[in-house]
Design a protein around this ligand. Structure first.
Ligand code: PMV
Length: 323
């Protein structure tokens, strides 16, 4: 019987950008994110002595290019003497397009792998193992508002406010569903090695984290909006100043940013954030969701709108079948 886990992507409000140890994939900075509810990845892992090799199917198609990363993650949970595995994942949103699909995939994978191996592991341990493959995946083990702190040679991740205590909504404006040209891991290394702004980015992160933590604690939307947009634009400025420059936005991404800023100037409670891809995520209060989604949907170049609330961390499920 395969073990099946379900995980939701998370969107960073205070971003992780840069590694302090690329071998262990440890982040250079702490981060704060929100875990989504409506987008998800389901992952099944089956271990069997009769299998002669590892196999990976992504959305129903065999995938050899992602297999080595998946194998490393399986080894980290089960050890490299493990049985061969049949792994299948299915996501209800575009993958590798800056929508945090690696976060939902690898957080689900560590849970499903531990389940398939009959292991009972602490969430904190699994978060560290997921984070070794994708730094942001460590956060998807937890629900609501999540903070990741750097501690010696590991990360400490915790939910700092439950999803239902401040039920913000997220409107995702999809401006391109193709895979991105540069992976976030490669782009981070280019930034660290070449951007003149990188060291200031790392230095300033604790202040941004402090402001966001207080804003979340006080449910102060305006304060969170201001610091989240600032932190996002700083991260992209680090990338733009790298050599070669790393640019993930397209013209529709920029138009979405302008529309969000105009809406906020008109009193709508909304702010944007953008990750390593051209999609824009608008975070808003529930009462403003339809106004925000209508405005973003009307932009030429926005091909799809996805709506989500905040949700729970990754968990094992057993009643789903992935083909
Ligand atoms: O976890 P990775 O390696 O895919 O990197 C994620 C980086 C950002 O999404 C841009 C920021 C973040 O904190 O999630």
């Amino acid at each position: 019987m395969p073990a099946i886990a379900k995980a939701q992507p998370n969107i960073a409000l205070i971003k992780y950008w840069g590694k302090r140890d690329s071998e262990l994939n440890l982040p250079a900075v702490g981060s704060i994110s929100i875990t989504l509810s409506e987008l998800f990845t389901e992952m099944s892992v089956e271990l069997d002595d009769s299998f002669s090799e590892d196999q990976l199917a992504v959305n129903g198609a065999q995938n050899r290019s992602l297999l080595p990363r998946v194998q490393r993650c399986l080894d980290s949970v089960l050890g490299d003497q493990r049985q061969f595995a049949r792994v299948a994942s299915r996501s209800n949103f575009p993958i590798a397009a800056g929508l945090a699909s690696s976060a939902s995939a690898f957080s689900a994978l560590v849970i499903a792998a531990a389940g398939a191996g009959g292991q009972v592991r602490d969430t904190a341990v699994l978060a560290n193992l997921a984070g070794r493959t994708s730094g942001s995946a460590a956060r998807s083990l937890y629900g609501g508002f999540v903070e990741l702190e750097n501690h010696a040679d590991e990360v400490k991740v915790a939910s700092i406010r439950a999803a239902d205590e401040w039920p913000l909504r997220v409107v995702v404006a999809v401006t391109s569903s193709g895979p991105k040209a540069t992976s976030s891991g490669d782009a981070m290394e280019i930034s660290r090695n070449t951007s003149p702004f990188y060291s200031r980015w790392v230095e300033q992160q604790p202040q941004d984290l402090d402001i966001a933590r207080v804003a979340i604690n006080d449910r102060d939307f305006e304060k969170l909006a201001t610091i989240a947009e600032h932190n996002c634009l700083k991260m992209h400025s680090v990338m733009w100043a790298s050599r070669p420059p790393v640019m993930f936005w397209n013209s529709a991404t920029i138009e979405c940013m302008q529309v969000v800023r105009e809406l906020r100037a008109q009193g709508v409670a909304v702010f944007f954030t953008i990750d390593a891809g051209p999609q824009l995520k608008a975070v808003c209060l529930p009462a403003d969701e339809s106004r925000v989604s209508d405005a973003l949907a009307a932009i030429a170049g926005v091909s799809d709108i996805m709506l989500s609330g905040l949700g729970e961390g990754a968990a094992l499920v057993r009643n789903t079948c992935i083909q």
